[in-house]
Structures are given as structure tokens and as C-alpha cells.
Write a protein that binds this ligand. Sequence first.
Ligand SMILES: *Cc1c(COP(=O)(O)O)cnc(C)c1O
Length: 384
Amino acid sequence: MLINVPPYLFAEIDKKKAELMRNGADIVDLGIGDPDTPTPKRIINKFHKAVDDPKNHNYPPYEGIAPFRAAVAQWYKKRFNVDLDPEREVLSLIGSKEGIAHIFPAFVDPGDLTLVPDPGYPVYKMGTLIAGGTPHPVPLLKDNDFLPDLDSIDKGAVKKAKLLFINYPNNPTAAVAGRDFLEKAVSFCRKNDLLLCSDLAYSEVCFDGYKPMSIMEIPGAKDVAIEFHSLSKTYNMTGWRIGMAVGSNEAIQALSVIKTNIDSGIFKAIQIAGIEALSGGEKEIDRMNKLYMERRDALIDGLNDLGWELEYTKATFYVWAPVPKGYTSASFVSHLLEKTGVLVVPGSGYGKYGEGYFRASITIDRSRIIEAISRMKKQGISYK
Ligand SMILES: *Cc1c(COP(=O)(O)O)cnc(C)c1O
């Protein structure tokens, strides 16, 4: 088998968690990156109607029904003031993870490199390996605000690379990128003949008035970039499996070729629910973000009381924090779990540059976050 996956880290934590639960422990799970509130009712109602209609029961078109692609284009226009041709520049995805995984076989041949963020969403690296390519990790370091330093990437690696992945707002670091960086990424990819892949899963999970940008807002981006987005995080629809790719017609077409040979699209009733999702919901999103902000404040204030020095995050539902001195990511996560029943994710699970960090999620009730902090305090866990 070509893939040498290191599952042991997460497997070991899962084992420990299961053991603690068997012994009746009350686990506060800050490890999950999945919204804990339901899909808005208006979307569910639309789905119910659509599922009853036999017209929606047969194979959907591969690229997505025309009204869904039009709704995506309209949403991009309204949200980012970006013009997209729904027929040439929009493609439906079975969740953005599916599209991200399939961009690799579309562009990467054995021997090719990909430039992927480290720490990063694991699919960038695994997708590369499955396609027979070699992931070249681009470090996201605190000193550079968790943005890749594009100029310092090894020139030989850039030459052999086919694409660069960026993901802002970022999972797992919660970092955000400004226009400057996005412009730089577009020109870097143009100059080096790379496909720029932007993962925008968290564009609507944002706080304190901050609004993330789409890469498509940068002039010329459409020539070099594809952007992956989804309804998962925005509308609490992770289980529905619906997302979209937009941008470069060449990239959209290449991705379509792979997809038409593997899947047969998204259930039409889900696409109809997706149209409903995209055509409204500002108030729901504001309400969700307010809820996340209260939890974020509870977690960050709580950790800072224990000695951390974290800034309030601007987006995503994650907090990325250094582990106390004397610990590795894995040993701190184990220690925390054993002492307090609080579960977080070791940063090293997202790549070697994630070592020394842990990720905590705010997709859990504020009262549970407060409980986690109070247990840590009781056990004398602090950042030193
Ligand atoms: C959640 C997530 C996705 C994928 O979400 P889908 O449900 O597959 O649309 C993609 N990228 C990042 C960084 C994520 O955190």
C-alpha cells in the first residue's frame, strides 16, 4: 500500500477516551469540529417538499442542477461582489472535502509535488498521496501570523509543484488572511504556473464585524485559482454533504472529468434545500456567530486566566493554543484528558509544524467550556 498513514495518535486518544467513558467519566469534548446546532427549519422544510416530488428521485446532472449553480453564483455576487458564470465556473460537490480530495487526481501525477499548509486540514496531504504525488509542507508559523511565507519555499520544490493550497479562515490555527496575502498568493501562483486552491469553508463563521474575503475578489484570480466552499459550516449542514467549487474554468473542467467517473452528483432534493440555504439566512448566521463569540470569549478568557496569552479569534470555531512547557502536543492532550476529562486535539495531528500546540473547538455549550476551564483550574493545569 502506498499510503503510510499515521493513525496511531488519534487512535490512542480515542482508546483513552473510550476507556474513561467506560469508567463513567464525564468527558468534555472540545475535539469536535462540527456545528452542534441544527440546520435552520426553512431549509429542512424545503427539503421535505422536494423529497416528496418524484421528479427529484432520478440521477441529478453531474455538475449540479442549473438552479443550484445559479444560486451559488448569486451568493458569490451578493457576498463578495464576484461575477461567476454558473455554467462554466461553478460545480456542485458532495461536500467540499470531496472536491478537495478529487482535485489531486485531476492535477497531480506521480512524482509531482503539492504545496500544502502544515499544520493543515489532513485531506490536502492525503489527497496528494492517494494521487501518487508528494506533499511538500509549507509551515504556518506564529511568527508569520500562521500565513505561509511563499518566498521562502524551496525553489526546487516550487518547480516540481502543481498546486498550492491555502485555507483562510484557517483550520486548525483560526488565522485569517488579508487582501495583501491573497494578492501575493495569486501572483505567486501565476508566476510559478501553479493552480491556487483556496479552501473557504469558514467564510461565514466570523466575529466582531470581521468579514473574510474570497480569493475570487482578487483581480485575475479566476485564471489561476479554484475555490472550495460548502454549506456545512455556514448553515449547520455538515451531514447533508453539499458544497461547491468555483473559479478557473480549466480547473472546474478537470475536476468534473474526475468526478463524472466516480460519483453521480448530489440528490436533487438536497440541492433544492441548498438553494434555499444560499438565498437567505443572514440573521441565522449572525445569531450563530453571536453564540460562537460567547463561547469563544469563555474559552479564551478562561485559558488566559490560567496563564495563556491568546488573542480573540476573528473567525472559525477553533482556538489554537501552545501546550505548557515540558509537554509535547500528545503528552499534554493525554495529561489533560486523564486529569480532567477534557478532550482537545493535539496540534501534531495536523502536521509536524503543529507540534507544541493543541486545538480546542467551540462547537459545544458555553457551560461545558466553563466546566472544562474550572476542572483545569482545580487540577492546577496552567500555561507556563
Ligand atoms: C470542515 C472542513 C471542510 C469540509 O467540509 P465539507 O463538509 O466536506 O464541505 C473543508 N475544509 C476545512 C478546512 C474544513 O474544516
